[in-house]
Design a protein around this ligand. Structure first.
Ligand code: LLP
Length: 387
């Protein structure tokens, strides 16, 4: 990918900033299309929380994907970007009234409901607007995924979703309500999942649940939504710039027993935008500590919080040095000792002014940026901007 980076353009820009390789993004979207075109029941909604940059959203709209939103702000960003309202789904455990009203007025495709009290409020607000809200229920499948504990969501102890054993009761309750239409079941087991067995385990749970519901006279449902979660290669993004969509979709095609006419929704975030984004930063100082060398860069946890929050390791490249590799602690300027991108990281000998890329930062990078320490939010550029 390095060859595709417009390095000479980077040099004239103030750092830090995000760069999105939109050619890679388009290739990634094509790879998804290759897998879904022959499977007309498969629909991908991009999990907007991963990256809401409008220039990135435009490419995703153009590829025909829907959107998975978790806030009124995200719904508005998607409407502004041109996503058709009926391809927007709205999830989240704490939907505020104004957000539900915005979604009803826009006519979104479906609410992914996470509790009975929320269902009741959606029914009340839809009644006031004299419209019918399509809902599906997020079910906690109690499937553990092999990923970081902060981003596992499918376990019973988690705050997300409704317990599987309560489903019959909740569906019956929905049928007694006048302004909601029960349309499907929603699942999500976690993020940055690389073992297809985890998705296969989810399929097994869904198969069991569908059988059970149908035996009780509930079903078959119109659609199943399996959430997102497909991971990316943070260690070697150049070896795997595009995730293994073939295995991912094939796992669902072979393991999930879809009923005739039933639609299958996916909510992929990281797998779509993760590898196309890099955080570009400059080395401000190299400080020789008593035991370590610190490469102090001008980006920090305010621009990319994943290392501080999840101990995530992103690949770091120095564009300006051919020197031999040495171990550095690559740190930001923020007044927090967790503001460390990587410890003892092998980097070509680094000097003040060197331009560095922190790779695989397209997902949950710019969207999680903050203004802590009165910092400015980072600028962003795409391939189109710099050619
Ligand atoms: N659907 C639901 C219901 C979700 O909760 C999520 C992510 C997704 C879809 C998209 O998951 P993906 O395909 O991107 O794995 N900030 C963390 C990740 C948090 C993920 C939250 N939910 C990180 O930087 O790793």
């Amino acid at each position: 990918m390095t060859a595709a980076l417009p390095l000479s353009k980077f040099r004239s820009l103030e750092t830090p900033f995000y760069f999105y390789d939109t050619a890679l993004l388009d290739q990634t979207l094509c790879a998804i299309k290759e897998q879904t075109v022959s499977r007309p029941a498969f629909h991908v909604h991009y999990a907007v929380k991963a990256c809401t940059n409008p220039k990135v959203l435009t490419h995703i709209v153009n590829a025909g994907l829907g959107a998975d939103c978790v806030s009124g702000g995200e719904i508005q960003a998607c409407l502004d970007a041109g996503f058709p309202a009926n391809k927007i789904v709205f999830a989240g455990v704490g939907k505020a009234d104004w957000e539900i009203n915005l979604a009803l007025e826009a006519g979104i495709g479906c609410f992914n409901v996470e509790s009975v009290p929320e269902l009741q409020v959606i029914n009340e607000l839809a009644t006031l607007k004299n419209c019918i809200a399509r809902v599906c229920f997020r079910i906690n499948p109690d499937v553990g995924a092999h990923t970081h504990s902060n981003i596992t969501t499918g376990l019973a102890e988690n705050k997300f979703g409704i317990a599987m054993q309560d489903m019959e009761h909740v569906i019956a309750l929905t049928r007694s309500m006048s302004h909601v239409h029960f349309s499907g079941l929603h699942f999500h087991i976690g993020s940055q999942i690389l073992q297809m067995d985890d998705f296969a385990a989810l399929c097994l749970r869904i198969n069991e649940l569908q059988d059970r519901l149908e035996q009780q006279g509930f079903g078959p449902v119109e659609h199943i939504n399996v959430g997102g979660g497909l991971g990316i290669d943070y260690a070697d993004p150049d070896a795997h710039p595009i995730p293994d969509f073939q295995s991912y979709f094939q796992t669902y095609a072979s393991q999930l027993k879809l009923r005739p006419g039933q639609q299958l929704h996916f909510e992929l975030g990281r797998a779509i935008v993760g590898q196309c984004g890099s955080l570009i930063t400059r080395c401000l100082y190299v400080k020789e500590g008593s035991e370590k060398s610190f490469a102090i860069v001008d980006a920090g946890m305010t621009e990319l919080i994943r290392p501080a929050l999840y101990h995530a390791l992103h690949r770091i490249q120095n564009f300006d040095s051919q020197g031999s590799e040495m171990p550095y602690d690559v740190v930001g300027p923020i007044c927090e000792s967790s503001d460390v991108f990587a410890a003892d990281y092998p980097l070509a000998e680094t000097r003040r002014g060197n331009l560095l890329a922190i790779r695989s930062a397209g997902a949950y990078g710019e969207t999680m940026a903050s203004q802590y320490n009165c910092r400015r939010l980072p600028a962003s550029y795409t391939t189109e901007d710099l050619t």
